[in-house]
Write a protein that binds this ligand. Structure first.
Ligand SMILES: NC(=O)c1ccc[n+]([C@@H]2O[C@H](COP(=O)([O-])OP(=O)(O)OC[C@H]3O[C@@H](n4cnc5c(N)ncnc54)[C@H](O)[C@@H]3O)[C@@H](O)[C@H]2O)c1
Ligand SMILES: O=P(O)(O)OC[C@@H](O)[C@@H](O)[C@H](O)[C@H](O)CO
Length: 462
């Protein structure tokens, strides 16, 4: 039997001019893919750093940064090697991080650190109660080169290194599913910079830009089956393949004073205002995902594709999308086309997107995906059934329905969810938005929904 091959680079990697933090699956299916496909890819190599665990960095480093992207259509796979990652580093390689951020060659930093990684507090600024963050602040005050762990502190450490080298303008591009992720990042970063070193924000002004962006490509966590599929298709034993869907979108707004790859040559769209795209994506796609993540497991579904094959789940989606549509500033035919395409994307039988993965960190996701539409509806005195279903299902989830709770605030949320449902509902809604418990009609409806789910009344209809 022929031995499996390994991925190796033939020529030199592109020079590092981009840095990425959060070397996970989505970055490899999206930002790295756009950079690989850009017309000037030869001039824009990426140094990518893991957020926490070193595994992917080690696997990629052993393959010279190369990996296979499997683009999984409803019928067939397209398999291609992505070459834009020039260096893959574990998060612990702090000297490499400071070296790249301090380099005048580096002009852009992209981020996928999850919604929780921004360490926002209730008011939108930094979560000053986060022990990781307070430890990082103390470390940076003592030594700007001290190894720090949280994403905002790593960025501030990198900016201190950049200032010491007078390395020129830099644009940060946060690619997480957050409304106005650029503003969110700027708020926490400038606040943290001021806390660590009072002179730093002045230096950052005018030198550090933060772009706004909308990213879209459904990319489930890779599995051993993906690795076997790549081996069967190519004869290569890729230790870090990623499988994704054919659809992809990247909308950006930013000046990029230090330059950037010609991402538009790979299909990215540059605009002045991402808001209409952002609302369409976060509400219609991510909102629907979160609705299904909590409401579909009690009907014994484990993936998005299974859920959308169920007429009851599709009816929830239809209700949710009708509700969102009232508040989208896009022409009706465009929204209709997006909805139709979304149903096909969700139904893709060859993308195994686990509802349990999407259910992670609901405390961070629901405020971005469900609450903006809910608030707009309440302003018109309407009680949107699909939003109530999502919130009731989340509450039921925190009381044991569906997959185990995985959330940065899991311990607190599970404790708040215990006891009488009547007390638990306002307590939990307050964690999403302190104003919600005052809406007695909403509280009553969410309570009834959670009760009905916990009583099993939403278990399989047939
Ligand atoms: N997977 C998708 O379909 C998709 C699509 C659009 C946007 N996104 C965004 O990308 C993010 C990552 O998704 P993924 O599929 O790559 O996940 P992943 O688990 O494959 O990778 C996540 C990366 O983020 C790092 N990370 C996690 N928590 C962190 C923290 N608190 N601070 C710093 N780094 C942290 C991890 O170490 C890892 O490198 C999502 O949370 C989402 O905001 C994902
Ligand atoms: O990646 P998360 O954890 O923020 O959310 C899970 C999914 O809703 C999300 O990844 C979507 O698949 C993605 O946003 C599609 O572009």
């Amino acid at each position: 039997m022929k031995a499996a091959g390994r991925l190796r680079r033939q020529g030199p990697a592109a020079p590092v001019r981009l840095v990425h933090l959060g070397l996970g699956s989505f970055f490899r299916a999206h930002q790295a893919w756009y950079t690989d496909r850009a017309s000037d890819t030869a001039g824009w190599g990426i140094a990518a750093f893991t957020g926490r665990r070193p595994g992917v960095a080690a696997a990629l480093a052993a393959q010279d940064g190369l990996y296979t992207l499997v683009t999984r259509g409803a019928d067939v796979d397209d398999v291609a090697v992505v070459r834009s990652v020039s260096r893959a580093h574990p998060s612990t390689d702090h000297d490499a991080w400071l070296g790249h951020l301090g380099s005048p060659d580096v002009r852009v930093v992209t981020l996928t650190i999850t919604e929780a990684g921004y360490l926002r507090g209730a008011g939108g600024g930094l979560d000053a109660t986060n022990p990781r963050l307070t430890a990082d602040i103390a470390a940076l005050r003592a030594d700007p080169r001290a190894p720090v762990v949280s994403a905002p502190a790593r960025l501030v450490a990198g900016l201190l290194a950049r200032r010491s080298q007078d390395a020129g303008p830099l644009t940060l591009v946060p690619c997480d599913n957050l409304p106005r992720a650029g503003s969110v990042l700027a708020a926490v970063l400038w606040e943290l910079a001021a806390t660590v070193n009072p002179d730093l924000p002045d230096w950052m002004d005018g030198r550090i830009d933060v772009a706004e962006t909308v990213v879209d490509r459904i990319t489930p966590r890779p599995t051993d089956a993906d690795r076997r599929a790549v081996l069967a298709a190519t004869g290569i034993d890729d230790h870090a393949p990623v499988a994704t869907e054919p659809f992809t979108e990247w909308v950006l707004a930013g000046d990029f004073p230090g330059g950037r790859p010609a991402w538009e040559s790979a299909g990215a769209v540059f605009t002045d205002d991402v808001t209409p795209f952002e609302n369409r994506k976060l509400w219609l796609l991510n909102g629907a995902h979160s609705l299904l993540a909590y409401a579909a497991p009690p009907r014994r579904h484990t993936t998005v594709a299974e859920a959308v094959a169920d007429p009851v789940c599709r009816e929830w989606l239809g209700e949710w999308w009708d509700t969102c549509e009232r508040h989208l500033a896009l022409p009706a035919p465009a929204v209709a086309a997006y909805r139709e395409a979304l149903l096909d994307r969700f139904a893709n039988p060859r993308i195994r997107h686990e509802l349990a993965q999407i259910a992670t960190d609901g405390s961070q996701k629901l405020p971005a995906r469900i609450l903006p539409v809910l608030r707009r509806e309440r302003e018109h005195a309407r009680l949107p059934a699909a939003a109530v279903t999502a919130l009731g299902a989340w509450l039921a989830h925190l009381r044991g329905s569906g997959p185990p709770v995985t959330d940065v605030r899991a311990a607190q949320l599970v404790a708040l969810a215990a006891g009488s449902l009547g007390d638990a509902v306002p307590r939990l809604l307050a964690t999403l938005d302190p104003a919600l418990p005052d809406d007695t009609e909403l509280v009553g409806a969410v309570r009834a929904q959670a009760r009905s789910m916990l009583a099993g009344r939403m278990s399989p209809a047939s």
